[in-house]
Write a protein that binds this ligand. Structure first.
Ligand code: SAM
Length: 259
């Protein structure tokens, strides 16, 4: 399996939680789905626990897997600050979403945060869906999202560096400036290469620059729905955003899949 270090946030995991994500109802969407189904949850590519921890805090038992030791380390650090009761709700494992093996099946399986798009090779994408299918209970739900290309993407996607935000890191007191470059696109294989640049000014005035090159497979609607169905799933619901808007309207494609 081809995994780029960038997609595992090897250089910049510690800045992941500094990102301010506007509340688009994502968390309440997952909490609501979890309440409806009850039972155990598997969250694939759980990262630093952005979704995992609120689910555990709401009382759900969550098994989180991620391939990145850097992201899992941060999640474990946060988990250790929480109560024993919440800690007991979380079970973490370093594993790839293509070929993980858990000794149980789940009522709800999630791949949030467009993490499925980190899989660049067709065989890995298919393997992942098949592995999820295998771990899903007969009446369970599998929910994942990908971003919706706003048009047929081409080289015009490429854009120069743009500063996204600047803030003080509350943990270190350093000033962090984040930029984004839409660096390259492979139109034939439908892969975009965004790059993040973090420029850090430490409290003592020294400067540091860290870069993360991501590679994300993008899908058009028919391509992703064909793959979901080829893996044996039925698409029970689909949305363009977490407020339940139509799949044609949103910035994302969110699929609720069943066996
Ligand atoms: C954009 S982050 C999303 C993290 C979290 N789900 C969230 O929404 O905040 C993508 C995550 O996918 C993980 N990842 C990338 N490739 C993976 C793979 N092959 N198997 C498991 N996790 C992977 C990365 O380590 C990272 O934590």
């Amino acid at each position: 399996m081809a995994v780029t270090k960038g997609n595992l946030y090897g250089n910049t995991a510690r800045f992941y939680d500094l990102e301010e994500r506007k509340d688009c109802g994502e968390l309440s969407f997952y909490l609501e789905r979890a309440s409806k189904l009850s039972g155990d949850i598997l969250e694939i590519a759980c990262g630093t626990g952005r979704i995992t921890l609120p689910l555990a805090q709401a009382g759900f038992s969550v098994w989180g897997i991620d391939l990145s030791e850097y992201m899992l380390h941060l999640l474990k650090e946060k988990l250790h600050t929480l109560s024993n009761e919440i800690q007991k709700n979380v079970h973490l494992q370093q594993a790839s979403m293509t070929n993980f093996v858990m000794n149980k099946s789940y009522n709800l399986i999630l791949i949030p945060g467009i993490s499925y798009q980190a899989l660049l090779k067709k065989e890995d994408q298919i393997e992942c869906l098949k592995t999820v299918y295998h771990h899903l209970k007969a009446d369970g739900e599998f929910i994942f999202n990908v971003f919706r290309p706003f048009k047929q993407l081409d080289e015009t996607w490429i854009q120069p560096e743009k500063i996204q935000w600047e803030k003080i890191d509350p943990q270190t007191g350093s000033t962090i400036q984040k930029s984004h470059i839409a660096k390259a696109i492979d139109v034939e294989h439908q892969i975009i290469y965004p790059e993040y640049i973090f420029r850090i000014t430490h409290e003592n005035g020294t400067k540091e620059e860290l870069r993360e090159q991501l590679s994300l497979k993008y899908y058009y609607y028919e391509q992703i729905t064909d793959m979901i169905q080829a893996a044996g799933f039925t698409i029970a619901e689909q949305y363009g955003n977490y407020d339940g808007s139509s799949i044609e309207d949103g910035a994302e494609m969110i699929f609720v899949c069943k066996k």
